[in-house]
Design a protein. Structure first.
Length: 265
C-alpha cells in the first residue's frame, strides 16, 4: 500500500530544513500532503488525524549540536499515537552531534514509531560572502538525495518493509551535550535600512519591531539569522564581534564538504 497521508512538521527560520523536507515529500509523492510549519508560533494540531498507514516527517535545524530549545517548546504537545515518523536535522557543515538522536528520542517519547532518519546540510546561518560556510546548500545534489530518500521511504511503504518494531539507530550520545549559553547579541539594522518590515515579519519569536527605527529584543532573539537572510537591502547584519569570530572559525575549519547521511534499519 502506498503512503496516502503525509504530514510535514518543521521549524526552519532560514528555510533550508523546509527545502529538504519538501524534497523528501516530493520523492514520496503522497496524495494527501499537509505542512505544519511551526517556525512562526502558529501552534501545532494536537491531533494530527493520522493512522498507522500514514507518515509524519519532523525536521529541525541543529543549534550547537542540539535541537534549538524553541523546537522542544513548539513540539511539546505533539502526539504520535503509533504513527511512523522520519526525523530530519539540517546542519551548517560543522557537525550535528546529538541533534538527530534528540529529535528521534523526542518523536519516540511523543508516541511515534521512528522508521527513518537523516542529517542534511544547509547554508550556515552565520555564512556571509566574506565568511562562506556551506553557501548555497542544499544544492541540486542535496535536493536529489532528499528526493531519493523520499522514494526509498515510499518503496518501503509499498513493500510493507518500514522497520516498525525494530529500534532505529542514529548517531549521537545520551545524555546529550550541554546546551551552550546563548550569546547576548542580536543582528542589527544599518542606517540604510528602508524600514520595509520584512525582518519583523520573518522573525520566529517576534523579537523585532519596525517603526521609525528597528528595535530588536535580545531576550527573545534566538540568533537564527532569518532577518539577515531575508533583507533584500543587505542592511541587516549579524556582524557583531563574537559572531564574526565564530563565522571566521567556521569558514576556516568547516570547508570540507559534508554529505547527507540517511538511516533506515
Ligand atoms: C545558534 C545557531 C547554532 C548553530 N549550531 C550549529 C552546529 O552546531 N553545527 C552546524 O553544523 N551548524 C549549526 N548551525 C547552522 C544551522 O544548523 C544551519 O544553518 C541550518 O541549515 C539552519 O536551518 P534553517 O535554514 O532551517 O533555519 C547553527 C545555527 C545557529 C543560528
Amino acid at each position: 500500500m502506498a503512503c496516502s497521508k503525509l504530514r510535514l512538521i518543521c521549524f526552519s527560520p532560514t528555510r533550508t530544513t523546509r527545502r529538504i523536507l519538501d524534497a523528501v515529500a516530493e520523492g514520496i509523492g503522497a496524495e494527501d500532503l499537509t505542512v505544519c510549519d511551526v517556525t512562526k508560533d502558529e501552534g501545532i494540531a494536537v491531533d494530527l488525524n493520522c493512522t498507522k498507514d500514514d507518515l509524519v516527517i519532523i525536521g529541525s535545524p541543529v543549534y550547537a549540536g542540539r535541537l534549538p530549545a524553541i523546537v522542544l517548546d513548539r513540539l511539546k504537545s505533539l502526539k504520535g499515537d503509533g504513527v511512523p515518523v522520519v526525523t530530519v536535522v539540517v546542519y551548517g557543515n560543522r557537525a550535528y552531534e546529538d541533534a538527530l538522536l534528540e529529535l528521534t528520542d523526542l518523536a519516540e517519547a511523543a508516541g511515534f514509531k521512528p522508521v527513518g532518519a537523516a542529517a542534511f546540510i544547509g547554508e550556515h546561518s552565520y555564512s556571509t560572502k566574506v565568511t562562506p560556510v556551506a553557501m548555497g546548500r542544499p544544492d541540486a545534489v542535496d535536493i536529489e538525495k532528499a528526493k531519493s530518500f523520499g522514494k526509498e521511504l515510499a518503496a518501503n511503504f509499498v513493500s510493507n518493509t518500514l522497520p516498525i518494531g525494530t529500534k532505529l539507530k542514529v548517531p549521537g550520545n545520551a545524555p546529550y551535550k550541554e546546551r551552550v549559553h546563548r550569546e547576548v547579541v542580536t543582528p542589527f539594522s544599518q542606517e540604510d535600512c528602508e524600514l520595509c518590515g520584512a525582518c519583523e515579519r520573518v522573525c520566529p519569536t517576534g523579537a523585532i519591531t519596525v517603526g521609525s527605527d528597528v528595535i530588536t529584543d535580545s531576550d527573545n532573539c534566538i540568533l537564527c539569522c532569518a532577518c539577515v537572510k531575508v533583507c533584500t537591502y543587505d542592511s541587516r547584519k549579524m556582524e557583531v564581534p563574537r559572531i564574526l569570530e565564530i563565522s571566521k572559525w567556521l569558514a576556516t575549519n568547516c570547508v570540507e564538504r559534508r554529505e547527507p547521511e540517511i538511516f533506515v534499519s
